[in-house]
Design a protein around this ligand. Structure first.
Ligand SMILES: Cc1cc2nc3c(=O)[nH]c(=O)nc-3n(C[C@H](O)[C@H](O)[C@H](O)COP(=O)(O)OP(=O)(O)OC[C@H]3O[C@@H](n4cnc5c(N)ncnc54)[C@H](O)[C@@H]3O)c2cc1C
Length: 276
């Protein structure tokens, strides 16, 4: 099958893209890497009147560093991160996550912003960046706003972006040198979207201990204070399985086998982080 006929625009600046995105008289879709949208167009699951290609907007390729954070433009690709073409403030955590996404051809074109906006529960960045406590930067007709990545996804392929809003960047806080990170993705074949994800960050210098159970079938399950997972013991010790299972059940994950697979991923992420 081929896409429906649509108009195509490739604006060079953010204001023009936001203006096109806000057109109320047409179905407008942004396209970044096209790795998820392309197949959806071909299957006519998406039938836009206008496709706005955002890859010529320099601001969406920006890389800004402050003393304690890194801002990456939304059109930074997975391969940019994997290859270290952008700075890393996470001690290699983001590079490793990027390298585990799909295969090289997808990573060359797929973007971090496209992945977040697409809101696929099984995708890597939505879980990894939730665990890292990142912020999404969004621009629309009413200007700029920020959304915590952990709150960005509202459901399956549904995000908190309003119609016409463009995700323009992601702010990632710099980890302390002593921070510990673990990320474990379960999938049947290397390069597939995840069946289950465990992500864990322990950064005591910043007073941060976070964990995520991802690929839950909906938005990630985030433990903003992951110390609670350890049943009163030190972070990195045995996880209170009952606590984790109750949290998964409350998140809509009732199936015991799914709980077991997701719990195993979380346990492996924690073990990875606290490996000597
Ligand atoms: C074979 C294959 C395997 C894959 N495996 C994995 C995997 O293991 N892990 C993983 O995480 N992902 C995987 N993916 C998805 C891949 O990472 C895509 O890059 C990603 O999901 C979408 O990024 P994109 O830039 O291609 O977005 P596009 O396909 O261009 O867009 C996706 C959606 O986001 C919207 N959008 C794009 N950019 C923006 C923006 N800046 N602001 C607002 N809306 C925007 C579009 O309108 C569209 O609705 C896989 C994809 C394929 C084809």
């Amino acid at each position: 099958m081929k896409p429906v006929r649509f108009d195509y625009a490739r604006p060079a600046d953010l204001a023009a893209a936001v203006a096109l995105g806000g057109r109320g008289d047409a179905v407008v879709k942004f396209i970044a890497g096209g790795q998820s949208l392309g197949p959806m167009l071909n299957l006519r699951l998406v039938q836009p009147d206008l496709l706005v290609d955002i890859t010529a907007i320099a601001e969406l390729k920006r890389v800004d560093q402050t003393a304690d954070a890194l801002i990456l433009g939304s059109c930074i690709t997975h391969a940019d991160i994997e290859d270290g073409r952008v700075p890393d403030v996470t001690g290699g955590a983001m590079r490793a996550v990027a390298a585990g996404i799909a295969y090289r051809a997808v990573r060359n074109r797929g973007t971090v912003g496209g992945s977040l906006a697409h809101a696929d529960p099984s995708a890597d960045w939505i879980s990894a960046l939730s665990a890292l406590g990142a912020q999404a930067i969004v621009h629309g007709a009413r200007g700029e706003r920020r959304i915590a990545v952990e709150s960005l996804m509202t459901g399956v392929f549904e995000s908190g972006l309003e119609p016409g809003e463009l995700l323009t960047g992601v702010e990632i806080l710099r980890l302390s040198p002593s921070a510990r990170w673990g990320y474990y993705k379960h999938c049947r074949k290397t390069g597939e979207l995840a069946h289950a994800i465990g992500a864990y960050l322990d950064d005591p210098e910043r007073g941060v201990c976070r964990a995520v159970i991802g690929a839950t079938g909906t938005r990630p399950l985030v433990f903003g204070d992951a110390a609670a997972l350890f049943g009163g013991g030190a972070p990195g010790g045995a996880i209170d399985r009952g606590f984790a299972e109750r949290a998964m059940a409350a998140h809509g994950m009732a199936d015991a086998i799914e709980q077991q697979i997701h719990f195993a991923c979380l346990r492996r992420a924690v073990a990875q982080a606290h490996r000597a």
